[in-house]
Design a protein around this ligand. Structure first.
Ligand code: FEO
Ligand code: CA
Ligand code: CA
Length: 660
């Protein structure tokens, strides 16, 4: 979701940032690892176990299964360059992909997901129908192979948010300015059912992907799906509500943006701008914490019909969102788990790697201007032969927040109750509070305020993590630092991070800026793409990313437009190694108004799934808002009366072969 164009335009966002700034840093906090003692695996045994294991190998790619150090040894300095003919940057009503590739629509908003789903009827939408159909605004995509195959598997999809002005006829934009006058309870229910996620079974036959109808795996997850809270904050007072005095049972997940798959084949789906779903007046003891999270955001009026979304009536409901949710897509009856050990913030994604000692490491950005980068290191190790043994791996471990030093080094500061400033005297009486109010804890630790940390993906071949920083137009000249070097950073940048000694559990890392984005032909922009990058090859606003099995980085964007950069959002292939480092090439571009989400490869790299989100929105400088009646495109159906539909695309090479 673009912060310049999204519903947060109504919210007084500047207030929370100003108040969160300049909290003291405490350098003593990074002195110890705490009580976390890993059960140390012998590296060779682990790798043997991983590669020899069929139970887990059936669900993930070979590289994802390799332990970091081993993959690094195998893949060092052998990253091949991209080999495709770049497309022209620009913007029109259609999508475009590099010559020689097919980009086919796999599933659209409103298409059937679970058995019994009615046909999509844009003029007769109901919550009951939407609960069985593909949701709105597809974001993260993950592919879990069935029997290790790259032509048959489960596709998991996040449905991040809804655009009522494009979804519903004769409605227009509904927000605080419009006093939500047209938003009936029935429409709010459609919106709630259009959120969450989908699991679909897909198969490739005769070269073409299709959805397997009436699959027993098919599942819709919505804003109402029962979930459980696990980890240190489960059952804590901050998690209790009138409807759930146990503090362990939540209905639904909200604003699920990016995510990741685990090596054991589960789906990590990340709650991002959850604050926007709450309204009401924030008062009393909760006020400081609510403000730091931008709640209530008043982007939706669900609180008018459902008390739990009103912070005055249910002050703790908001604490039950903003988590990483783990879901087993292979069991449609499994209860999704909100993993509180990973902390509560606006999680963009959950890029992960099996560390060389077997522990599981998850990187996650908090997507807000001036917010932070985190990582979680599990206490236990990944069990490579017994999938079920990893069921609660994410409930115990240590959460850290990043501090980027000016000399290119960095430190991971532990969010551990009792360490450094995280004491009862400072408002952190226990570990649950540290995790529920992770932003406040990270403020106290003196973490580095970043330019909207979005996706982070680890290249398992060289152990480097790539961090997308999308933009930050509010950074003032006196606020620049080495890791965020531009004031009024309109176009974002990408940081490369390498853990010390190749150990992702290490407390120190090294970092450098891979590229500062924007138009390299305008000196004032200060972009640093490699000179070989063409006029089509540069981009702004990096958001999501994927690393293919050859270790190559692919970047998708959110916020390019004719007004901002003279181009639509899309996917760019980015060289990270050797003399070509910093060269980027445009591979795919979105139709008008859309952002690019969900880049994900099948294990054989022969299919590249991408998600086209909010097609048909108006450009930033449009004179009129886009609506159901007047979208900026009717992609992908191009039929009168049919609104634009967020859709998933499968990209394949004509005649077969690896992508790019
Ligand atoms: Fe949902 Fe940070 O984009
Ligand atoms: Ca986005
Ligand atoms: Ca995103």
């Amino acid at each position: 979701m673009t912060q310049s164009a999204d519903r947060s335009a109504n919210a007084p966002l500047s207030v929370q940032y100003e108040e969160s700034e300049d909290l003291g840093s405490n350098t003593s906090a990074n002195a110890t690892l705490g009580d976390v003692i890993a059960v140390r695996y012998d590296r060779r045994d682990l790798l043997k176990g991983l590669l020899g294991c069929t139970a887990i190998a059936a669900t993930v790619s070979p590289v994802a299964l390799m332990v970091a150090e081993e993959a690094r040894a195998q893949g060092a300095n052998t990253t091949p360059s991209f080999n495709f003919k770049e497309i022209a940057a620009g913007s029109d009503e259609r999508h475009h992909v590099a010559e020689g590739y097919d980009a086919d629509i796999l599933i659209r908003w409103g298409d059937a997901v679970v058995p019994g789903a009615p046909a999509f009827d844009p003029l007769g939408q109901t919550g009951a129908a939407q609960a069985k159909q593909f949701g709105y605004n597809n974001d993260f995509l993950g592919f879990a192979p069935i029997d290790g195959k790259s032509d048959h598997g489960l596709l998991v999809v996040n449905h991040e948010y809804t655009n009522e002005e494009l979804m519903f006829p004769k409605l227009g934009r509904q927000d605080t300015t419009a006093k939500f006058a047209g938003m009936t309870k029935e429409l709010a229910e459609v919106e709630m059912m259009a959120h969450g996620g989908s699991v679909i079974e897909i198969r490739r036959q005769n070269g073409k992907w299709g959805v397997v109808p009436n699959s027993t795996f098919a599942r819709r997850i919505t804003a109402d799906t029962p979930m459980v809270v696990t980890g240190p904050a489960a059952g804590h007072d901050l998690m209790k509500t009138n409807a759930d005095p146990t503090g362990t049972k939540v209905l639904g997940m909200l604003n699920n943006c990016a995510g990741a798959m685990t090596p054991w084949g589960t789906w990590l789906t990340c709650e991002e701008n959850f604050n926007g779903y709450f309204w009401g007046k924030a008062e009393g003891a909760n006020e400081k914490a609510l403000k730091r999270y931008g709640a209530p955001g008043n982007w939706y009026n669900w609180g008018q019909y459902f008390d739990r979304f009103d912070v005055a009536k249910e002050p703790n409901e908001v604490n039950r969102f903003g988590w990483v949710v783990e879901i087993d897509p292979f069991d449609p009856n499994s209860v999704p788990k909100k993993r509180t050990a990973l902390g509560r913030f606006k999680h963009e994604g959950a890029g992960n790697i099996v560390n060389r000692d077997g522990r599981f490491v998850v990187y996650s950005g908090d997507d807000e201007r001036f917010d932070y980068v985190y990582k979680f290191v599990s206490e236990g190790t990944v069990n490579t032969t017994n999938r079920a043994a990893n069921a609660d791996l994410l409930d115990k471990g240590t959460l850290y927040v990043a501090k980027y030093n000016a000399d290119g080094t960095g430190n991971w500061l532990p969010l551990v109750h009792g360490q450094g400033p995280l004491t009862a005297a400072n408002g952190f009486p226990d570990q649950a509070t540290v995790l529920v109010q992770a932003r406040l804890a990270a403020d106290a630790l003196g973490a580095t305020k970043m330019d909207r940390p979005e996706d982070i993906d680890v290249n398992p071949r060289n152990g480097k993590a790539y961090l997308m920083l999308t933009n930050n137009s509010r950074r003032r000249p006196e606020q620049v630092d080495a890791a965020n070097p531009r004031a009024d950073n309109k176009f974002g940048h990408i940081i490369e991070m390498e853990p010390d000694g190749g150990d992702h559990a290490a407390l120190a890392f090294k970092w450098n800026i891979l590229v500062r984005c924007g138009d390299p032909s305008v000196a004032a922009v200060g972009a640093t793409f490699h000179p070989n990058t063409t006029k089509d090859g540069w981009f702004g606003m990096p958001d999501n990313c994927a690393v293919d099995n050859a270790g190559r980085l692919w970047v998708s964007t959110d916020g390019n437009s004719p007004a901002a950069t003279g181009r639509a959002d899309g996917v760019w292939a980015m060289e990270t190694d050797g003399a070509a480092r910093g060269t980027s090439k445009l591979f795919f571009r979105c139709p008008n108004g859309a952002e690019m989400c969900g880049p994900y490869f099948t294990p054989d790299d022969e299919t590249f799934f991408v998600a086209v989100q909010h097609p048909g929105e108006a450009d930033d400088d449009a004179k009129e808002p886009a609506t159901f009646e007047k979208p900026s495109t009717r992609w992908p159906d191009f039929k009168d009366g049919m609104p634009p539909r967020p859709s998933v695309i499968a990209i394949t090479k004509r005649g077969g072969g690896k992508i790019g």
